[in-house]
Design a binder for this molecule. Structure first.
Ligand code: 5GP
Length: 197
């Protein structure tokens, strides 16, 4: 692809990062339900499907050998190992969606966000932040889904993610859910006004 293609495609990319417990999934779900012109970026992963997840819906589920072959073939715009499994974003998925007139919203970790910004420097990166580390800790404990050591690990990951301030173009502090929902839609609407598109 030519450089100008990367610039044009980047203007259709909203990368959303944030520690677990910040309400990132709820906000993404809200945005996707409010704006039919945006689509969720479907990643490829080596982790096993959970619950009702289906291949080709939440993720493309593949085995490790297949994933490695895709790395070697240069199919990924970014990939990372997260909690022991590989996750990657195919270039082709991004391109196909943008060619179809859609904007692509990514839910990936900070390592992946950094790589995507290297390939597509014009993509916007939004951080969903908790009001404070104390509140994040309270929220994780209140969910009661994780063991104490897992909560501790999530909090450490959160601290290192939130510290990567050079990566984020925008921050939404998810204090009041309704306000945060309005803000993510407003940010998306602003993205659709970008000049390069
Ligand atoms: P889960 O297994 O719970 O669906 O996702 C675990 C983590 O992997 C989440 O933090 C999610 O943001 C991240 N993730 C999902 N897809 C990708 C991807 O394609 N690339 C990267 N780098 N991270 C991803």
């Amino acid at each position: 692809m030519e450089n100008q293609d990367f610039t044009r495609i980047a203007a259709h990319m909203l990368i959303v990062v944030g520690p677990s417990g910040t309400g990132k999934s709820t906000l993404l779900f809200h945005l996707l339900s409010q704006r039919a012109s945006c689509v969720f970026s479907r990643s490829t992963t080596t982790r096993a499907p959970r619950g009702r997840e289906k291949n080709g819906v939440e993720y493309d589920f593949v085995d490790v050998d297949t994933f490695k072959a895709k790395i070697d073939a240069g199919e990924f715009a970014e990939y990372a190992s997260v909690f022991g499994n590989y996750y990657g974003t195919p270039h082709r998925m991004i391109r196909n969606n943008v060619e179809a007139g859609l904007d692509v919203v990514f839910d990936i970790d900070v390592q992946g966000a950094r790589q995507l910004k290297t390939t597509y420097p014009g993509a916007w990166c939004l951080l969903i932040a908790p009001p404070s580390m104390e509140i994040l800790e309270q929220r994780l404990r209140a969910r009661a889904t994780d063991a104490p050591d897992v909560i501790e690990r999530r909090l450490n990951t959160a601290r290192s993610e939130l510290a990567q301030t050079d990566l984020f173009d925008f921050t939404i502090i998810n204090d009041d859910l309704h306000t945060a929902q309005n803000l993510i839609v407003t940010l998306y609407d602003a993205m659709t006004l970008r000049a390069q598109r």
